[in-house]
Design a protein around this ligand. Structure first.
Ligand code: BES
Ligand code: ZN
Ligand code: ZN
Length: 497
């Protein structure tokens, strides 16, 4: 899809018309250049109530020589938000078929600039399918659809600016989805690292450093090594540094990158195990956010750390009962090898303090318990700083990606630090509150500033995206598979605050 903004009054190709519930005819402002038969047809379906303009609904009108129109509902005008515009845009993309042609024009009835931009964003976000592994019909050429957003001359410059930024951010979301959807035989730690290295070549302001398996062992990354050593695809840590010469503190993003989670020796049941290819969703969020920031020319410093490993059972795999020591120097009693995300993250979080973080946010498809708590509707959000947690919650709300505040209680920390033989344990004492105990475990590995023993702990948030990175049927922005969740939230948090 190629999307442009234009103050021209022509209708090119199929007309896309967002409509409020209760409209009984084509809005005055939208009538310019419209044939009277098309106008009559639209007026008829609106006045008879055949098209009620409910949120996300669409109807196509085929007007023969007079062209076609796609009507899309915005719901009632008095409670119509940017989210409704974004959803309407996504509904249109979901509706578009070959029969609609390759050129389209969107015409709004007095929408604000950010509403028009949100509609364009919804159109672009939904314009995604993962068909790398499908046979391509050589005869059939891929045709690109051109969408023109009509606006007034006064609005044109600002809308072009907003849409261009959103295009860059969408690239980040789509990259995150590509990484998540890629099958695990082709997406393993080394592949992710190679992709990151190649990607960075396109940008002067990004450096990618890879800490390979041998280096990870030497550096003492016991968590990463414990999880990844049972696989023939060895683990690694990938570090993205953007604008590294900029002075001062910066956001540090840490991602769980388990390219396949069998559970290890604590093997998972077979049903739906294929879904564990999405267990690198946290690392995809980090990489996708880097892409969004790079594409939009962000000039601040940002660091991303992805902890990549494949969790396999093997003769040399980590056992339940093993005690390991990671970068932090704290020991961990491994009671279940399926609670592996927190192990790789323990090293990623500890490493983060080397980059003098303003704050650290980690992203992880960490627990089934989080999916039990919040379904596929919201990410679980924990933080050691209430104000920071609120900022992330609000950034999510602003872009329509819900992140729900969850409790980081001392009792959960106690549960995760009362191992009989080690400093911490990777499993709670019982099965209850599993998403909270996981978060409390991670907190043990968030360093104090400059690693000072009695210093202040760095501001940190944990986002459990186990339910929102994939399987989100009510997320209009994506048809199926990986969602690319929180690239937009974190872009918004970093670039707009
Ligand atoms: N990758 C899983 C969590 C997960 C489950 C993600 C479902 C997406 C959908 C994680 O590594 C895991 O297996 N967690 C265990 C932890 C338990 C052993 C304490 C879980 O949630 O059951
Ligand atoms: Zn697991
Ligand atoms: Zn996992």
């Amino acid at each position: 899809m190629e999307l442009t903004v234009s103050a021209s009054e022509n209708i090119n190709g199929t007309l896309i018309l967002p409509i409020f519930e209760g409209s009984d005819g084509v809005p005055e402002k939208c009538q310019t250049g419209m044939s009277s038969s098309m106008k009559n047809q639209i007026n008829r379906v609106l006045s008879t109530g055949d098209f009620k303009a409910k949120k996300k609904s669409t109807m196509t009108l085929y007007g023969g020589e007079d062209g076609k129109a796609i009507l899309v509902g915005l719901g009632k005008s008095d409670d119509c938000t940017v989210h409704d515009y974004r959803n309407a845009g996504a509904s249109v993309t979901a509706t578009i078929k070959k029969s609609h042609g390759t050129e389209m024009t969107v015409r709004f009835d007095g929408a604000g600039i950010s509403h028009m931009a949100a509609f364009a964003e919804g159109m672009m976000l939904r314009d995604y399918s993962y068909d790398e592994y499908k046979k391509k019909d050589e005869e059939e050429e891929e045709t690109e659809v051109s969408i023109r957003i009509n606006c007034s001359e006064k609005e044109e410059e600002e809308l072009v600016g907003q849409v261009n930024v959103l295009k860059g951010v969408c690239k980040g979301v789509h990259l995150s989805r590509d990484l998540g959807n890629c099958p695990p035989n082709d997406m393993y730690p080394e592949v992710f690292a190679d992709m990151a290295r190649d990607w960075a070549k396109d940008f002067d302001n990004v450096d990618v450093t890879i800490i390979n398996y041998d280096e990870a062992i030497k550096a003492g990354m016991g968590g990463l090594v414990a999880v990844g050593k049972g696989s023939s695809r060895k683990p690694c840590m990938v570090i993205f540094e953007m604008n590294k010469d900029v002075k001062g503190r910066c956001p540090v993003l840490v991602g769980k990158g388990i390219t396949f989670d069998t559970g290890g020796i604590s093997l998972k049941p077979g049903a739906n195990m294929d879904e564990m290819k999405y267990d690198m969703g946290g690392s995809a969020t980090v990489f996708g956010t880097m892409e969004a920031l790079a594409q939009t020319g962000y000039e601040g410093k940002v660091v991303g750390i992805t902890c990549m490993a494949e969790n396999m059972p093997a003769a040399n795999a980590t056992r339940p009962g093993d005690v390991i020591k990671g970068l932090s120097g704290k020991t961990i009693e491994i009671l279940n090898t399926d609670a592996e995300g927190r192990l790789v993250l323990s090293d990623g979080l500890w490493k983060a303090a080397e980059f003098d973080p303003e704050y650290i946010i980690d992203f992880a498809t960490l627990t089934g318990a989080c999916v039990v708590a919040l379904g596929h509707e919201a990410t679980g959000l924990w933080s050691n700083d209430d104000d920071f947690r609120t900022r992330i919650h609000e950034a999510g709300n602003a872009v329509g990606e819900l992140a729900w505040p969850m409790p980081l209680l001392p009792a959960f920390e106690k549960e995760m630090t009362d191992s009989k033989i080690a400093d911490t344990r990777n499993l709670g004492a019982g099965r209850w509150g599993g998403a909270n105990t996981a978060a409390a475990f991670l907190k043990q590995f968030v360093p104090n500033r400059d690693y000072e023993k009695d210093g202040e702990q760095i501001t940190w948030a944990h986002m459990d995206i186990a339910g929102t990175f994939w399987g989100a049927k009510t997320n209009m922005m994506v048809k199926n598979g990986a969602t690319g969740i929180h690239v937009r939230t974190i872009y918004h948090l970093i670039a707009n605050s």
